[in-house]
Design a protein around this ligand. Structure first.
Ligand SMILES: NC(=O)c1ccc[n+]([C@@H]2O[C@H](COP(=O)([O-])OP(=O)(O)OC[C@H]3O[C@@H](n4cnc5c(N)ncnc54)[C@H](O)[C@@H]3O)[C@@H](O)[C@H]2O)c1
Length: 248
């Protein structure tokens, strides 16, 4: 087992990818703390090494409190996976409100700053750690109407690289994973409201992937498990595309 006795915090743990990442890390022997705005998507995870916490990632005090509690309970935080996020239904820029822009920047980008800040402060006083921040293939292959979402994911990538060089001396690794179109409830939220009403099918997304299949949450979980493992001990500041070739 790759992750025996390691302690990981996973945000967005109640989501499609989050569920699979949690279950993979538990099966590798880790202790996992799942964070989500709602406990609903985590109620079925009953493993003895799993702890769930209801956290709105816009609440910096609550984030601080949970990281402190995890460190006090387990004595270490070996890794952080940032999967929480929201989508943007494709919208022309002139119709995107400042409120939506601020909301998506807060949830998709500022939350990464806040959780990494806490994680690094604990990891610095132990034998390092590993962070995986999840972006999106759309940073490399933008689509129209997703300007706010893509800006947040570009920020995730740039921030992660900047942090990787800053904390390398502390043996903390920071990597980015860019998923392609994946089989979760988020995927159908990207088309415009009109296209959603017209019932845009998953086949339309599948056709955009050169390998001819949508990405499965297990594909993401396998890659994250690797990036968190000692097998990736010399990998930092990297961007791993798990997108079936969509970025090519
Ligand atoms: N599904 C795709 O096609 C796709 C493609 C590229 C990138 N991504 C990215 O992958 C990540 C995981 O996406 P997913 O497909 O599993 O989506 P998902 O919607 O299934 O999961 C996202 C989770 O984030 C949680 N969340 C949202 N706002 C929150 C907040 N304020 N505080 C705490 N938790 C909050 C949600 O409750 C949800 O459980 C996201 O960052 C997403 O942007 C997804």
């Amino acid at each position: 087992m790759k992750q025996q006795e390691k302690v990981f915090i996973v945000t967005g743990a109640g989501g499609g990818m989050g569920n699979e990442v949690v279950s993979t890390l538990l099966s590798e022997g880790a202790i996992v703390v799942g964070i989500d705005i709602s406990l609903e998507g985590m109620t079925h995870i009953t493993h003895e090494n799993f702890q769930k916490e209801e956290v709105n990632l816009l609440d910096s005090n609550r984030i601080k409190e949970v990281f402190k509690q995890v460190f006090e309970t387990y004595g270490k935080i070996n890794g952080l996976v940032n999967l929480a996020g929201i989508a943007q239904p494709s919208t022309p820029i002139q119709d995107v409100s400042l409120d939506f822009w601020n909301k998506i920047i807060g949830i998709n980008a500022t939350s990464i700053f806040l959780t990494c800040k806490e994680a690094v402060s604990y990891m610095k006083n132990q034998e390092g750690g590993a962070i995986v921040n999840v972006g999106s293939v759309s940073v490399a292959r933008p689509r129209p109407g997703l300007q706010a979402y893509i800006a947040t994911k570009g920020a995730v990538e740039a921030f992660s690289k900047a942090l990787a060089i800053e904390v390398a001396q502390d043996k903390i690794r920071v990597n980015v994973l860019h998923p392609g179109p994946a089989e979760t409830q988020m995927l159908v939220q990207f088309p415009s409201e009109k296209d959603q009403e017209n019932g845009l099918t998953l086949d339309d997304f599948k056709m955009s992937v050169p390998l001819g299949e949508l990405i499965k949450p297990t594909d993401i979980a396998e890659a994250i498990n690797y990036l968190l493992s000692d097998g990736a001990k010399m990998v930092t500041g990297a961007t791993l595309h798990v997108d079936g070739g969509r970025s090519l």
